[in-house]
Design a protein around this ligand. Sequence first.
Ligand SMILES: *Cc1c(COP(=O)(O)O)cnc(C)c1O
Length: 407
Amino acid sequence: MSIKFPIYLDHNATTPMDQRVLEAMLPYFCEKFGNAASRNHAFGWEAEKAVDLAREQVASLIGADSKEIIWTSGSTESNNLAIKGAAYMYGARKGKHIITAEHEHKATLDPCKRLEKEGYQVTYLDPPLDGVITAQMVKAAMRPDTVLVTLMWANNEIGTINEIPQIGKLCKENEVIFHTDATQMIGKLPIDVEAAGVDLLSASAHKIYGPKGVGCLYVRRRRPRVRLTAIIDGGGHERGMRSGTLNVTGIVGMGKACELCRTDMSDDAIRLGGLRNKLEAAITSELDGVAINGALDQRIPHTSNISFAWVEGESLMMAIKEIAVSSGSACTSASLEPSYVLKSLGVGDDLAHSSLRFGLGRRTTEEEIDYTIQKVISGVKKLRELSPLYEMHLEGIDLSTVEWADH
Ligand SMILES: *Cc1c(COP(=O)(O)O)cnc(C)c1O
């Protein structure tokens, strides 16, 4: 089989929409265009019926009741509603302390920072080198005035999975609301909000082969009944928690995407896990000075974050231009900053700058992975041949003892 270029290995950033999702959505653009809030005619009923089916499809993927799904524009909005909504609702009565972690997504960290400006106190747990937040770490940070714990289920940069069920149990015991950003976990591995003791859960369609700009927040209705202060007011849609005319087309797409995950998830996980392991095994056996970031045995199956010592991630990306991956550096206004996620684990700036994230997906083929393996290995070797640092390493010079001349 021939490979179609460029090869897409950045599925943690977004996924291509599944053709079957598009087909489910199409009738809802022009033909079945009703407003789901129009309670008094057939156009509205038709739209509402489609939205209700999508609610069932999302709910059954995560073990929830369909009444517990609140539609949003994506995980950024879901996280904002969960974190600010719970803080405002419970902050005045119980306390103003929130627990999160340093390697969370900005869509969690920025709402937390906003709340700090408003008088809340936030503990940012410092993750260990393997990236996994344990219940023990959360317990040590818990205070009588803790109202909310917000921790992602799986990390978007390194793919590691936090101890969510254990943390959920701890939160229940302490009557603390527990929110998890499950954007990278849902549809990839089985999850159950009951078994995991989750009160609030964020998900986004475009990370699971659905359309961009639609997502949802699961809000627990029993044991306990979680209440949130709305962030968007007007009209009282979605049990008053999120006003605004529903994006029926997008919602139909998210529902279909969830249904497909439910049927395809276990096969995808086995196949992509196998390809990911092949990629890692080939690269680590062929190259020295490579390290896989994050706990190897506690990761989502399609994600791999690898550091290549003595090579700049950005240069390596240029050397493998026909393969779309992400690097461990982020462009800020003036300079290239090493990933704050890798830094928080204790990965040094040099190695963080030398890191690439490979995100496999439903359409990734073995041929693409074989090609990627060859390209990465030859790219790293070529760049190292040009690297004076690598030469010094080969000559046995310990780079940490070198005294650099000041410019
Ligand atoms: C992509 C992502 C988000 C943001 O989701 P949007 O739907 O794009 O707003 C939040 N959290 C995690 C972990 C993500 O991977």
